[in-house]
Design a protein around this ligand. Structure first.
Ligand code: ADP
Ligand code: MG
Length: 469
């Protein structure tokens, strides 16, 4: 019967379509007008339903008459899912437990509805590697004023994924403030509470790369979408990297909609608030705002102490209270740095067989503070620029209109505006008693020249390098 069906189908569709979508089908059995066919994947099944259901029906009705029915046996296998072949079952009282799902052809109206009852949530479980770091858990995420909203929203989401109004949950904030940690913690807790839920953590970079690969490799875009659309809790880290990637944004949009509609949880992190994100489609941005956006801020002193203590405790080292307090007092803006100091401290003390003394802590903190935020002053900039052009400071500040000196002066003003917090007026008064309009003019001139003059552009780049640290 199947052979005859194939014969008929082959005559009515394209050779490529036939080869791709009908040759892989294996007829399994025929029982009282019901033909069971085995298809390689759920995606395959859906594609058939979507694109070839009419021709399939015609073929079957031709061969078996009006009462013809078709049953699918869906194998679960593809690169993204587990290797175990599985039969989709329908939990129905009057059927043997292992019988394949029954799809009746409705005699009048073949519509998309056909496929919906087929997909029974929970029956097709696939194994997905979650990519979660178990150390990034809530227990290790110290609470403080700076992260209270994000942390408690994260907890709520983890306890009831998809079941809160925090969907998506957007965690944003500067570098090293715990976005990645918190995002993992939510995933870890979901896995703990709901082992059956499919959780996936993915960095946006990896997502972009996977999408690129999928599109390149003979158009696996659909497989890519399908893979992501079956995730229960999807965590995408550093979503700001989608900026400018329009194709990947489209794919993410589709995935987001499908997940959101089905009550699946989406968690995003970003270094900016949604309003400040650039080159991201409006429709995506507006969805980012559907749920809750929670900002992580720099931790206060108390929280820094707690973070340090927790860290040291986990590393099994004892450090005098005054050393901990010293570090917490001086490293203020970034948790990653805080941890960097601890790592350095432990390494140094092991290496030199030294105690965790305050002196040692001071040297390390000093280095950290110097390396990370050397405050650039207008003075310092003038010196660097003068030295670069081999003129002296007095000449730079003088009234001379010689072209190369004017340029040097303008560059000093430009970098002062860019790298210091000084006002235009204050910069002007420091660089040879000019007024704020002169400084403004200098900044514009530098912008223009950088765009048009190659040599000048090189000056800007060279000096930038000298001023950076
Ligand atoms: P981000 O992703 O925002 O750049 P991370 O999540 O990578 O920052 O955090 C940097 C480091 O600081 C990580 O090692 C993380 O465990 C730690 N950290 C950040 N916030 C906290 C916190 N509240 N409690 C404990 N550790 C934290
Ligand atoms: Mg991060």
């Amino acid at each position: 019967v199947w052979a005859a069906c194939l014969e008929f189908i082959k005559d009515n569709i394209t050779p490529v379509g036939f080869k791709t979508w009908f040759e892989p089908i294996v007829p399994v059995k025929l029982e009282g007008g019901a033909l069971t066919i085995q298809v390689p994947s759920k995606f395959f099944f859906e594609f058939l339903e979507e694109n070839y259901v009419k021709i399939l029906r015609s073929a079957l009705v031709r061969e078996l008459g009006k009462e013809a029915r078709l049953l699918y046996d869906v194998r679960l296998e593809n690169s993204y899912s587990s290797k175990v072949p599985q039969t989709v079952k329908i939990p129905s009282s009057n059927r043997a437990p292992m019988q394949p799902q029954n799809v009746n052809f409705p005699s009048k109206n073949i519509s998309r509805e056909v496929k919906n009852p087929f997909i029974i949530p929970g029956l097709q479980k696939v194994k997905v590697e979650s990519n979660l770091n178990p150390n990034y858990c809530f227990e290790n995420f110290m609470e403080g004023e700076s992260n209270r909203l994000g942390r408690s929203a994260g907890m709520a989401v983890a306890n009831k994924p998809g079941g809160t109004s925090f969907n998506p949950l957007m965690i944003y904030g500067g570098v090293g403030l715990g976005k990645t940690h918190l995002a993992h913690a939510i995933g870890v807790q979901v896995k703990d509470k709901y082992p059956d839920k499919t959780v996936l953590y993915v960095s946006t970079e990896k997502f972009i790369q996977q999408y690129g690969d999928a599109v390149l490799k003979n158009n696996n875009r659909n497989d890519f979408l399908h893979f992501y659309q079956m995730i229960d809790v999807l965590i995408v880290d550093d979503i700001q990297f989608l900026s400018g990637k329009t194709k990947t944004q489209d794919a993410f949009f589709q995935i987001f909609n499908e997940l959101h509609q089905n009550g699946k949880q989406v968690i995003l992190t970003s270094d900016k608030a949604p309003v400040d994100m650039q080159d991201i489609e409006q429709r995506l941005l507006s969805r980012f705002k559907w749920g809750l956006s929670a900002e992580l801020q720099a931790p206060d002193y108390e929280t820094r102490i707690n973070i340090l203590k927790n860290r040291l405790y986990r590393d099994g080292v004892e450090v005098p209270e005054e050393v901990i307090e010293f570090i917490a007092k001086h490293i203020k803006t970034n948790v990653r740095e805080l941890e960097g100091v601890v790592t350095s401290l432990i390494a140094q003390s092991a290496f030199n067989k030294k105690e965790f003394s305050l002196t040692l802590a001071k040297t390390i903190v000093d280095k950290f503070v110097k390396n990370t935020k050397k405050e650039v002053s207008v003075d310092y900039i003038q010196k660097v620029v003068s030295k670069y052009f081999e003129i002296d400071l007095a000449t730079l500040q003088s009234k001379t209109r010689k072209r190369h000196i004017v340029q040097a002066r303008q560059l000093a003003m430009y970098f002062s505006k860019k790298l210091t917090k000084s006002s235009l007026a204050s910069i002007g008064s420091q660089i040879g008693k000019r007024d704020h309009a002169t400084v403004l003019h200098a900044c514009k001139t530098v912008d223009n020249l950088t765009a048009t003059d190659k040599q000048f552009k090189k000056y800007v780049e060279d000096i930038s390098k000298k001023l950076s640290f």
